[in-house]
Each structure stands twice: as C-alpha cells, then as structure tokens.
Ligand binder design. Structure first.
Ligand SMILES: Cc1cc2nc3c(=O)[nH]c(=O)nc-3n(C[C@H](O)[C@H](O)[C@H](O)COP(=O)(O)OP(=O)(O)OC[C@H]3O[C@@H](n4cnc5c(N)ncnc54)[C@H](O)[C@@H]3O)c2cc1C
Length: 408
C-alpha cells in the first residue's frame, strides 16, 4: 500500500501537537506541517506575559526543540501557506505553487486579530499582539518606561498588556466600551474585580466608551474616545479580539459559521478534513452545542484529539473550556462558560478582599463555570462540578470547610 500523507495547515500549537500525536500513535506515513509564519511553532501566552516582560527567553515559547521535526520525520515548512484545497482531487496547493496530495487534512489555521477601523488607524505607534514579532515590537516600545500607553480593549490581551506596561513604569490608560473589563468572558461581577485590580495598580480605566479615532502626524499622539475625550498617547495597543482564519475552508466549500464547523470528533463536513484550535467551532456533547474556544488548552488538547480522529480512532472531544491569566500578583484559572446570559448567580468561596477565592457561576443551581484566583490545584474539582451538571447547595459551595469533591 502506498504511504499515506497527512497535511496540517497551520504550524502553531494545535498543528504541532497534532503532528506529535500522529507520531506518538504510530503513524508512519508522511506528515507535512505548513505554517505561514517564519518562526517554528510556538505558544502565544508568553507573548503578553513572560516574553513581553523580558522574564522569559524567546526559545521558551517554542513547542518543540528545533531538531524535533527532523528527528520525528515531520516535514515542517515555515514561511509557507496552504493557498487552496481541491477536495475532489484530495490535493492542497502551497503558496510555493507546489501541489501536495493528502489522505487526511487538518486545518489548524487559528485566528487573526480584529483590526480597529477608525480614522487614524494607520498611524505609527499603533500595535496589535498576536505573533512573536508583534510582542518583540511592543516590548521595544514600552520597555524603557515613561511613555503614555493607551490600550484599546479590556479583554485578556488588553489587561495583560496593561499590566506589563505598568510593570515597565509607563502611564497606562485602558479604554473599554463595556461596563466592566472581561465583560463578555465573565460578566460584571468578576469583571469588576479586574477593574479594581488595575486601578489599584495605577491604570486609568475608562469604561463604557470606545475608541473613535486617533490623532497624530505620522506617529500617533492621542486617542479620541467615543465620549469625545482626547487621551495623549505615545504607544497604542489594540486588543479587541480575533477572527477565525476560515478563508481556506470557505473557499473549499466546507461548512463555516464563526469558525469551521466540526463534529465532536473534530471532523468537518468533509470526512477527510478536520479542524482544531482557535479556528474550529466544535460540537461539545457536554455543553450540548457548538462552541469556538480561543484558548491555549483547546489548541493543546484539540490538536491531539483531531490527530487521533484522523487515524480513525473513536474520538469524543468534550473538554470543558479552560483559560489562565497572570496580571500583577494575581494568577487565575477559569473553567466553563460564564458569559452574561449563561448564568443567574455567582457564589464565592474564600477571601474576596484578599483576592484568594474561587468564584462559581451557577445557572438554575448548577455550576456552569468556576474561577480560582490565587488558589491552586482545584481545577480538577471545579471541572468535576461543571461536568456533573447536578444542582448544588449554594451555602455548601461557599463553605471552604466542605470539600469540593464532595459536592460533585
Ligand atoms: C498574546 C497572546 C496571549 C495569550 N495568552 C493566553 C493565555 O494566557 N491563556 C490561554 O488560554 N490562551 C491564551 N492565548 C490564546 C492562545 O494562544 C490561542 O488559543 C492559541 O494560540 C491557538 O492556537 P492555534 O494553533 O489554534 O492557532 P494559532 O496560534 O492562531 O496558530 C495558527 C497558525 O496558522 C497559521 N496560518 C493561518 N492560515 C494559514 C494557512 N493558510 N497556511 C499556513 N499557515 C496558516 C497562522 O499564521 C498561525 O501561525 C493568547 C493569545 C495571544 C495572542
């Protein structure tokens, strides 16, 4: 039988982890891992934390050692994109014009930053943060301190960047159209805690207003808010979310709706094409609906799950969405979905004033999400509670004397 070829489009965390799993599971055919960035696969969380703060070297972010790909006979093509898919011919065409036949194809093309389209948005000094190069450029702009940094967007990227900019001794203003930071991720209750945290660290946080435009002659010098205020700026960071990179899938006629639609085994509407990571809008049987998760753990686990499904294994990908963040001296992990509208009550266990607690979001008495703040080694218990889908006694949930495991 001729050797099989598995092609992976997108050489970041999901793609690299899928390649690793294919080899670990004994796949002996050809693996072509194609990535349009120059860098070999790397993880992005350090780009707004350790790497941006100059506390971690560049190499620490890489998914594998440089020689791992050769050693495992994984053909890594960096600086190359998958330009098109011919599903009928089972063939992709690379940006080099080279056609490559595939038996199975994994789309791990991730997401790209949403651009702010307002007057002045092309001025110098306006940064976005997705790639290693973006992070290096931002570091150069903020690392000397003493600059006026304006952050558009109080989501994860905006808040982590604000914390880094403060750590370097810059003046920082954050502008956010929602009533609280992280509003879409966790609602106003816990978003309010992040507002307090940043204000305590000297951030000028302006809520309920967006960015209407930028002033400057070549270089940005001020940000104009939707409320009409002019905020002086030497450096601007825009963190207003991402869009899934679905162009390839759309052009190939795959089903796409806020990401590439995949089933619980991460298979697209074409049985030989799979999708994982930020780009996949996957049916999660635990949640009973599709969800697109833009988190590190979903790329880390989804890539391998897709690889096993590509090998014909029976895969049910039902991970609970998980996220972590570090800002100043606050570390947190969050599991589940706590968007406004998904919950009707928030229950706390621990010391909120000292920011050492666990917050639980409940819907109809069932835990749908949990966040541990400066409390560790509880993610397993929190996720067990979510997975159990059983009503819990809120008083017992709030009582630190009752072991969480008992409630699940
Ligand atoms: C600054 C930053 C900090 C973050 N911090 C955290 C954190 O603290 N916690 C957390 O849970 N998550 C965090 N995330 C999110 C996490 O990094 C993403 O969820 C993860 O990177 C998704 O991995 P992925 O492999 O699916 O996609 P991506 O990382 O987006 O990679 C996709 C790759 O495919 C490439 N590509 C696209 N189209 C093609 C094509 N046609 N051909 C070839 N290549 C292509 C892209 O250029 C990219 O290199 C952070 C993200 C950023 C940007």
């Amino acid at each position: 039988m001729p050797e099989e070829t598995f092609v992976i489009a997108g050489a970041s965390l999901a793609g690299a982890k899928a390649a690793e799993t294919l080899r670990a599971e004994g796949f002996a055919g050809r693996i072509l891992l194609v990535g349009d960035e120059i860098e070999r696969p790397y993880e992005r969380p350090p780009l707004s934390k350790g790497f941006l703060l100059d506390k971690e070297p560049r190499d620490k972010a890489h998914v594998h050692e440089a020689d791992w790909y050769d050693k495992h006979d994984v053909e890594l093509r960096v600086g190359t994109s998958v330009a098109s898919i011919d599903r009928a011919a089972h063939q992709v065409r690379l940006s080099t014009k080279e056609p490559v036949g595939y038996d199975r194809l994994l789309l791990a093309t991730g997401a790209s930053v949403r651009r702010l389209e307002v007057p002045g948005s092309k001025l110098q000094g306006i940064h976005y943060l997705r790639t290693m190069a973006d992070s290096a450029a931002l570091k150069q702009a903020i690392a000397h301190g003493g600059r006026r940094v304006v952050v558009a967007g109080a989501g994860w990227i905006g808040l982590e960047t604000a914390a880094a900019a403060r750590a370097y001794g810059n003046d920082v203003t954050v502008i956010e159209p929602e009533p609280a930071p992280l509003h879409a991720a966790m609602g106003p209750e816990l978003g309010g805690m992040f507002a307090e945290l940043h204000r305590e660290h000297g951030v000028d946080l302006r809520l309920d207003q967006g960015v209407a435009g930028f002033w400057g002659a070549g270089q940005v010098s001020a940000v104009v808010t939707s409320g009409g205020a002019e905020v002086p700026a030497d450096v601007v960071v825009v963190g207003i979310g991402v869009r899934p990179n679905t162009r390839l899938a759309e052009e190939a006629g795959l089903e796409v709706s806020d990401g590439i639609l995949v089933d619980q085994s991460l298979r697209t509407s074409d049985p030989d094409i799979f999708a994982a990571g930020d780009v996949a809008n996957a049916y999660n049987p635990l949640l009973g609906r599709r969800i697109r998760v833009e988190h590190w753990a979903n790329a880390l686990n989804g890539g391998p799950a897709a690889a096993r499904a590509m090998l014909g294994q029976d895969v049910v990908y039902d991970r609970i969405p998980y996220f972590f963040s570090d800002q100043y001296d606050l570390g947190m992990e969050m599991s589940g979905v706590a968007a406004p509208g998904e919950y009707d009550e928030v229950v706390y266990r621990g010391d909120r004033a000292a920011r050492e607690f666990i917050a639980f979001w409940l819907s109809g008495g069932r835990v749908v999400a949990g966040m541990n703040v400066n409390v560790w080694d509880v993610t397993g218990d929190v996720q067990a509670l979510i997975r159990s889908q059983r009503p819990v006694d809120a008083a017992r949930l709030a009582d630190p004397a009752v072991p969480l495991a008992e409630l699940a």
